[in-house]
Design a protein around this ligand. Sequence first.
Ligand code: EPU
Length: 481
Amino acid sequence: MLPRLQNRVPPPLLCPSYTGRPTARRLEVTLTDDVLIVHGGTPLQGQIRVRGAKNLVSKAMVAALLGETPSHLYDVPGIRDVEVVRGLLELHGVKVSDGVEDGELVMDPTNVESASTDEINVHAGSSRIPILLCGPLLHRLGHAFIPDLGGCHIGPRPIDFHIRSLREFGAVVDKTPEGMHLSAPNGLHGAKLELPYPSVGATEQVLLTAVRAEGVTELRNAAIEPEIMDLICILQKMGAIITVHTDRVIEIQGVPRLTGYEHKPIPDRIEAASWAAAALATRGEIEVVGARQADMMTFLNVFRSIGGELKITDDRIARPGVTGAEGGIKFWHPGGELKAVALETDVHPGFMTDWQQPLVVALTQARGISIMHETVYEQRLGYTDALNSMGATIQVYRDCLGGTPCRFGRRNFMHSAVIAGPSKLHAADLVIPDLRAGFAHLIAALAAEGTSRVYGVNLIERGYEDFEAKLAALGAHVERP
Ligand code: EPU
C-alpha cells in the first residue's frame, strides 16, 4: 500500500519566501510541529532505495486522465505532490485506489466530470502540476479551470509558454483573479510550435494536449529530460504516435482515443543525487538502490571530478540484501580532500538545476574555489546565506560566471556562486526555503559539528519519500522535539 500523508498535520501550502536567516514571522509559521533536531558530525552510512521520479509520476497521473480505461502506475512514492494530483484527479471523477503491489496506484478515468471552482481552488498554491490538466480536461470535458499555481519560489516561474501553446491548439484562455478558465469551442487541432526555451513543463503541456488534438503537431526546442522521454513512453503505451527527432524536435500525430497504461516510472535521479551529495558532505557511504546510471551520467562525472567514489550495479545482477536484483549506485567519500570544480546548471543533458543545492554543500568541503553558474532559474542561490551562517564562504554574483548562454546575465539576478573551501561547518538554526534547498540545509546540518534545528521540514516531504526513516537507516542522529 502507498504510504498516505493525510493523517499528518496539514503543512503550509506555499513555500515561505526566502530572505536569508530565520525571521520571527517565518519561525512563527513553522515552529509548532515542523522542526527536526539534527545532531551533526556523523558520516551517513548504509543503503536506501529511491522510487519513481517525482517529476514523472505526477505527470503520469495527469496522463491517466486521457485514457478511456484504467491505468496502473507502479513504484509511486508517498510524497505530497502525489497526494495533490490524486486529489485533483478525484475531484474530476477519476477513481484512484491503491493497487495490490506496494506503491501501485490504479486510476480509473471512465467517468470524468466537472468539478466546481471552489473545490479545485482548495488546491491553489499547492503545486505546479495543475497547469498540466489543461489539455486532458479540454479533451475530456471541453472546458477546464486551473487554480493559482504553487511550487517553490526559485524565480518568477511564468506560464507564458503554456498559454501561448494552448492558444495555438485552439484553446480560449481566460485569466481571472480566481484562476484560469479554458474552453475549446472548435476543438483542439495540431499546431507548429517553437518554445523560446526548452521548458520541461511547457513540453509536457504540448505532449498532453497534442496526443488527442486533430492533426499533426510539431514542437521545436522541446525539453528532452529523461522524465519527458518516460512520459512519451507512457503516452505511446496509451496509443499515441510520437516521434522524437534530433535537435529537440518532437512530432505528435493526434489520435481520436487513448487507453490506459501500465508503467513503472524511471527512478528519481534528483533524490539519488541528493543522497550522493549527502554521502560526500558527511564523509560517508550511501548505496542508493534503484538509482540508474543512464539518467545520471552528468552528475556521476561531476561527483567523480570532485573526488567522490562510486560503484554502479546494473539491474538483473543479484546482490545480497537487495530484492529482485535491482540495480543501484553506491557513493562514498574516499577520505582525504575533495577537489573544487566549476559548474553550470543547464537543461538535459547538462547538469540539472535540482542537483545544484545539495552538491554545493559538498563543495563547501572541497579545497579551492568552486564556481556554480545557475542558468535555469533566476533565484536559486538564496539558500547560500544559510550555509554562510554555518561557516561556509560563498559569495553570490549577478554576473554569468561560465560560458553557457544565460537569460539572466543582464537582468540583475544573483545567479552565480563562488564557493571557497574547505570550511568547517558549525550547527545553526535554519528555516527551509524550498524543496531542494531544504534538503541542502539538512545535509549541511548533518555535516556540521553540533546540534542544529531545521524548521519547515514538511517542505522536504513534497519530494523525498520517508526521508526521516531513510536518515535513521543511514545512522543519522535526528529527532523531533
Ligand atoms: N519558463 C518560462 N515560461 C514558461 C515556462 C517556463 O519562462 O511558460 C522558464 C522558467 O521560469 C524557468 C525555465 O523556463 O526559468 C525552466 O522551467 P521549466 O518549465 O523547465 O520548469 P518546470 O516544468 O516548472 C520542472 C520541475 C522542476 C525542475 C525544472 C527544470 C516539475 C514538477 N518540476 O519544472 O523541479 O527544476 O523542471 O528541470 O517537474 C523540483 O523538483 O524541485 C523542481 C523545481
